[in-house]
Design a protein around this ligand. Structure first.
Ligand code: HEM
Length: 370
């Protein structure tokens, strides 16, 4: 007779396996120092977090990649995004543990790592690709395929790391593309995107929004001028505020090169959702946009936190992977933005009292008793 399984902690968590993985390079005869075990362990902990981030990213991407996303499913996507940003925040804090590694003790074993580098973290690359980082935006580190070539085995062959990332590149769409296709279908002013009147409704919303925005910019400019003195200060303010008005126009009326009508609709949807977020049908979409910005913010902070830890431990020396070290890392933190438009929307938002009146609030589940 078979007994029901009496599960133990060690079998379920694979504790013995897990604790046997910090031995360092197989050819090393001496046991690694405490510092080296710390170095290996912290990297392993990160890789485990990355694995979870990838799972959640995949779920969110799969949802938004579908042709129809039900409102009630959005809470699941929001939960995935929240989990990702929480993991990234906690993981960034782990760099504090890494900082207990003094420079000289690190130098003791650093040479044998070369040319290995965190740049060979296949899961990190997968995360970037799945989010939607464009290869053209990468900070170059050698030839154009450097980020793939460093994933090759020592003999140049394509091992597991290379295959993981190559597989990820085949597995579209990215989260950003999936979100774009979802946003594209957002009804604007109660008119669905496949409706024959969709373009008219979109244009009406854009021109009314831009007019309201322009009014706010002018009012803010006048107010700023009234509380600041001097011609130079006024000229400066005029330049600044005119730039705001111009960039709003450019954002909502992109040229054909920038994506034309398709991008205009996606951007208008972002603004529409943010502006009328108190309407029941827009509450969850707005949470999605909010969580996307939060995830990206955490990711940027993660990159910056890594760079500061690196600076503290190795200063500005060359990385084991051959990059300019901290300079390269700071550049990635500045350049790697995925949801640029969601950030740009922050510059364009206007206060509730100045927003154009919604054409059909009832379409979004809003009932007025009056
Ligand atoms: C003392 C500890 C560490 C030092 C000195 C360090 C240093 C560096 C340097 C200099 C680079 C640039 C590439 C190169 O030239 O090698 C890099 C890249 C990277 N490191 Fe670290 N690192 C440390 C710990 C960690 C940890 C714990 C993680 C967690 C997984 C990590 C993840 C990464 C990743 C993902 C990259 C690639 C970044 C990119 O290309 O965008 N590093 N690291």
């Amino acid at each position: 007779m078979t007994h029901p399984r009496r599960t133990t902690y060690w079998d379920y968590i694979h504790v013995e396996d897990l604790l046997s993985l910090q031995g360092g390079l197989p050819e090393d005869i001496a046991d690694p120092s405490n510092d080296e075990v710390l170095f290996i362990t912290v990297h392993q902990v990160f890789e485990l977090w990355f694995q979870l981030v990838l799972r959640e990213l995949n779920s969110a991407r799969d949802l938004f990649g579908r042709d129809l996303v039900q409102e009630q499913e959005l809470s699941g996507a929001v939960a995935s995004l929240r989990r990702i940003s929480t993991i990234l925040a906690v993981a960034a804090d782990h760099f504090r543990v890494m900082e207990t590694l003094p420079t000289r003790e690190y130098l003791e074993f650093r040479k044998k790592l070369m040319p290995a580098s965190g740049g060979q973290s296949a899961q990190m690359r997968q995360i970037e690709i799945l989010f939607g980082l464009d290869d053209r935006d990468r900070v170059p580190l050698g030839d154009k395929d450097w980020h793939m070539n460093i994933l090759r085995e020592a003999d140049g062959s394509e091992g597991p790391a290379y295959k993981r990332v190559a597989g990820q590149m085949e597995d579209g769409p990215s989260l950003r593309d999936a979100i774009d296709s979802w946003l594209l279908r957002t009804p604007i002013d109660g008119v669905a995107h496949e409706d024959p009147d969709a373009d008219v409704a979109l244009e009406r919303f854009i021109s009314r929004y831009l007019a309201a925005h322009q009014g706010e910019v002018e009012a803010n400019l006048e107010y700023s001028k009234s509380i600041m003195e001097g011609d130079a200060a006024h000229e400066n303010l005029e330049d600044r505020y005119r730039w705001e008005a111009k960039s709003a126009e450019k954002f909502l009326r992109p040229s054909e090169d920038e994506g034309g009508a398709r991008i205009a609709r996606i951007r208008a949807a972002m603004i529409f959702i943010e502006t009328y977020r108190e309407l029941p049908l827009l509450a969850w979409p707005r949470e999605v946009l909010n969580e996307l910005v939060r995830v990206e913010q955490r990711f940027l902070i993660f990159r910056q936190r890594h760079a500061r830890m690196v600076e503290r431990v190795i200063g500005s020396r060359t990385g084991t992977g051959g990059s300019e070290g901290v300079k390269y890392l700071d550049e990635t933190a500045l350049r790697y933005r995925i949801f640029r438009d969601l950030w740009a929307v922050r510059t364009l938002m206007i206060r509730p009292g100045a927003t154009p009146k919604l054409e059909r609030p009832e379409f979004y589940g809003f009932r007025s008793d009056g």
